[in-house]
Design a protein around this ligand. Structure first.
Ligand SMILES: [Zn+2]
Length: 126
């Protein structure tokens, strides 16, 4: 594992994530992920550092309010957020990593349209 860097489109928000060079990413079909095409890599707090742009983030919450959807107030890109499935960690958007930082070996589907069942079925895997 090594620290990979990424951020939003305009560069106001920059982060680092400790991750392997090749990962299995996760796609979710819930109401917000399907609209944004978000590709998840979920990590513990200790594997994530926000380097810049905390003051540029806007937070959006809905439904249970557990997930904190952070997006850049300048360019609108959601490069990471606090997911409902791991509220003590982060989900990084693999699409927002800098070029060549990480290889995605496969993408698995999380059935976020049926969140409770999908989470119960995947417990321990997230
Ligand atoms: Zn931005």
């Amino acid at each position: 594992m090594s620290w990979k860097t990424g951020g939003c489109h305009c560069g106001a928000v920059r982060f680092a994530v400790l991750a392997p060079d090749a990962v299995e990413a996760r796609e979710c079909n819930c109401s917000i992920c399907r609209m944004t095409g978000y590709l998840h890599l979920i990590v513990g707090q200790e594997r994530f550092r926000l380097r810049r742009g905390a003051d540029k983030l806007t937070t959006y919450s809905f439904n249970t309010g557990t997930a904190k959807h952070y997006f850049c107030s300048i360019c609108g890109v959601k490069s990471f957020y606090v997911p409902r499935s791991k509220p003590d960690g982060y989900s990084v958007n693999v699409r927002c990593l800098d070029d060549g930082q990480m290889r995605v070996t496969s993408v698995s589907l999380f059935d976020g349209q049926h969140w409770e069942e999908a989470f119960a079925a995947s417990r321990g895997a997230i």
